[in-house]
Design a protein around this ligand. Structure first.
Ligand code: ATP
Length: 295
């Protein structure tokens, strides 16, 4: 095993996995978290969802792919030394740009490098692909926090991934925009599956009502099901945690939103996979599709 592969393994290894256990892994599951409308709680959900999965023993890499508004580092109160920019400029390799955030969550800060990602030469793109494929072998999940809306860059990430978790609130504008996102992505790439996260709800039945509305229309016009993965309560602790720059599930572990996020993470890993594992395209499929749309 190369030095780089060894350092990556060390970086992502979870405390409950014995060092001697052989790692027979398939490619990581590639998830994007997105929303039609901005400001619906997508980044807070993504970060705390990744932390919850990690605390459940999963190996997770969080990739801040929100081009204009990368702020995962701000939510954790950390200042990353390196970002994607340094990888793309050939100044650092992939293991060096993976920063450790709250509770040692591995993440790649987006920042200015994200824009460069879309104007790389063929050979630089190949280098980026090889680097990303290398880390994927060490992960269970790679989660991309994408920008909100229908920008070309966001759509490239979503259409290349295995699954998109769509975050919406119960507001009609947010619901309409969530459906618009699903419709556009589905029109571009039918293989992407969707699940819904309804944020800022009073209770489960409100989340169910929102999910039913979206599912009904998606069923009728797109002939697809959009299951509800889970919800997060409207909870003042979220804003307090944002101000403290500590993820809410760590700052206030017993708060309603934190309890909800753990339920979502447990459901995510417990429920039989939405697609059988063998049919997932994994990082190779992701990079193939992503490159196709980037060239
Ligand atoms: N469950 C919640 N309860 C109460 N407030 C919330 C909740 N979720 C999010 N918020 C509030 O919404 C704000 C925006 O959240 P966040 O930055 O996660 O949204 P976003 O969708 O990622 O935004 P952007 O589109 O700018 O990337 C938070 O700072 C917080 O104040």
């Amino acid at each position: 095993m190369s030095d780089q592969a060894q350092s990556l393994r060390k970086l992502v290894s979870s405390h409950d996995e014995p060092a001697s256990q052989p790692l027979v892994r398939q490619s990581a599951r590639i998830i994007t978290v997105s929303s039609g409308k901005g400001g619906v709680g997508k980044s807070n959900f993504t970060l705390n969802f990744a932390l919850a999965l990690k605390s459940l023993g999963q190996k997770v890499l969080l990739f801040d792919a929100d081009i204009g508004m990368a702020n995962i580092d701000v939510l954790m109160g950390v200042r990353p030394k390196y970002s994607l920019y340094h990888l793309l400029k050939g100044e650092r390799d992939i293991s060096e740009i993976i920063e450790l955030g709250t509770h040692s969550l591995p993440f790649i800060a987006g920042g200015s490098g994200m824009a460069d990602l879309f104007s790389l030469s063929e050979s630089d793109l190949n280098y980026f692909t090889t680097q990303i494929e290398q880390i994927s072998e060490e992960m269970d999940y790679i989660i991309f926090d994408t920008g909100a809306g229908l920008s070309k860059e966001t759509l490239k990430f979503i259409t290349a991934a295995d699954e998109c978790l769509v975050v919406t609130t119960p507001e009609p504008t947010s619901i309409t925009d969530a459906y618009a996102l699903i419709k556009v992505v589905h029109g571009l790439e039918e293989d992407v599956s969707f699940r819904l996260i309804v944020n800022r709800v009073i209770d489960q039945s409100e989340a169910r009502q929102v999910a039913d509305k979206i599912s009904l229309v998606a069923n009728k016009f797109l002939d697809i099901n959009i299951p509800l993965l889970g919800y997060m309560s409207d909870d003042a602790h979220v804003m307090q945690a944002v101000k403290k720059q500590v993820p809410f599930s760590i700052a206030f572990p017993g708060c309603p939103a934190a309890q909800d996020i753990y339920s979502v993470a447990m459901k995510y890993i417990d429920v039989p996979r939405f697609q059988p594992r063998e049919t997932l395209s994994g990082i190779k499929g992701f990079m193939h599709k992503w490159l196709k749309r980037t060239k």
